[in-house]
Ligand binder design. Structure first.
Ligand code: ATP
Ligand code: MG
Length: 269
C-alpha cells in the first residue's frame, strides 16, 4: 500500500539528504496519485457547473418569454409597469449572457470546446454592436462610434468564432458603459498591423496599473471596486480565455486620447 511506504533517506555525496530509489519512486507515485485525484475533482466540478448552467437556460427562457408577453399586453397608460418589465427583461438578458459565458469558460477550461471559426468582417460586426447599443448610448448621453476599420474598398476580417467574438466585444462594451460618464465616448476600432488589432476604448477613470493584469483573472474585480450585485468578475476572464483560444492576446492600454482601451490582437484570417 502506498500509504504504508515511508520515505527513507540516505546521506548524499554533497552532504544533503537524498532519497533512496525506492522512497523516491514512492513519493513520485504518491504525487501522481494526488495529481490524478485533483484532476478527477476538477473534472467533476466542471461537469457539475456545466449541468447547473445548462439547466438554468430553460427556466430563464420561460422568464424572458413571459416578460415579453406581459410587455406586449400592457395599456399605454401603464408606463410604470412597462418600465419595470423592461428592467426585468434586461436583467434576464444579462443573466442569460453570464450563463452562456460560464458554460463557454467551463468548456474551454476542460479542453472540450471546438471553435467554429469562419471569416468575420469586423466592420459589419461593429455595425451590429453599435445598432444594439445605440439606444442605451442615447439614453446615457454617450457617443458610441466606430473608427474606420480599413482602407476604402478593403474589408478587415479575422478568422474567428463569430458568436464568441461578438460576446467578447459585448462584455467589454458593457464594462465601458458602466465606467463612461454622461457626455463621454466609447469607440470601437480595428486595424491590421501584421496581426489584426481591435480596440474598445472609453472615457472614464484609468484602470490602475496594478490592476491591469489581475482584472483578467477569474472572479477578479478592480482593487477599489465596491461589491456590486450582478457582477461576478467573470467577463474579462471569459474574454481572455476566448481570445487566447483563438491564438490572440488581450490587454489594457492607455493613450493620450483614451484613458482606457482594451486591445485585442488576433491572427489575420
Ligand atoms: N472600461 C473599464 N473602465 C474601468 N475599469 C474597468 C473597465 N472594464 C473593466 N474594469 C475593471 O475590471 C474589473 C473586471 O471586469 P469584469 O468584466 O471581468 O468583471 P465585472 O464587470 O466586475 O463583472 P461581470 O463582467 O462578471 O458582470 C471590473 O470590476 C473593473 O474594476
Ligand atoms: Mg464585466
Amino acid at each position: 500500500m502506498r500509504s504504508q511506504i515511508s520515505a527513507s533517506h540516505t546521506e548524499g555525496t554533497n552532504g544533503a539528504l537524498a532519497l533512496d530509489g525506492t522512497a523516491a519512486s514512492a513519493v513520485a507515485v504518491a504525487r501522481l496519485d494526488r495529481y490524478t485525484s485533483l484532476l478527477d475533482a476538477q473534472r467533476e466540478h466542471r461537469e457539475l457547473t456545466e449541468l447547473i448552467v445548462h439547466d438554468l437556460k430553460a427556466p430563464l427562457s420561460i422568464v424572458r418569454a413571459g416578460l415579453e408577453w406581459v410587455g406586449g399586453h400592457l395599456r399605454p397608460d401603464q408606463r410604470d409597469v412597462a418600465d419595470a418589465v423592461a428592467d426585468a427583461y434586461a436583467a434576464a438578458d444579462r443573466l442569460s449572457g453570464m450563463i452562456a459565458d460560464l458554460l463557454t469558460v467551463s468548456q474551454l477550461d476542460g479542453g472540450g470546446m471546438a471553435l467554429s471559426r469562419q471569416p468575420v468582417d469586423l466592420a459589419r460586426l461593429f455595425e451590429r454592436l453599435v445598432r444594439a447599443y445605440q439606444r442605451r448610448a442615447r439614453e446615457r448621453g454617450i457617443a458610441l462610434a466606430t473608427e474606420p476599420t480599413a482602407a476604402p474598398g478593403e474589408a478587415l476580417a479575422v478568422h474567428a468564432d463569430p458568436a464568441l467574438l461578438q460576446r467578447v466585444l459585448e462584455n467589454i462594451v458593457e464594462n465601458a458603459f458602466r465606467y463612461t460618464p454622461p457626455d463621454g465616448h466609447i469607440a470601437l476600432s480595428a486595424h491590421a498591423a501584421g496581426r489584426i488589432e481591435i480596440a474598445v476604448s472609453n472615457d472614464g477613470p484609468k484602470i490602475p496599473v496594478g490592476d491591469r493584469a489581475r482584472i483578467f483573472n477569474k472572479f477578479a474585480r478592480g482593487e477599489s471596486e465596491a461589491p456590486r450585485s450582478g457582477s461576478a468578475g467573470l467577463g474579462l476572464y471569459f474574454c481572455k480565455r476566448v481570445v487566447e483560444a483563438h491564438g490572440g492576446a488581450i490587454a489594457v492600454v492607455e493613450s493620450d486620447r483614451w484613458p482606457t482601451s482594451f486591445r485585442i490582437t488576433l491572427p489575420e484570417s
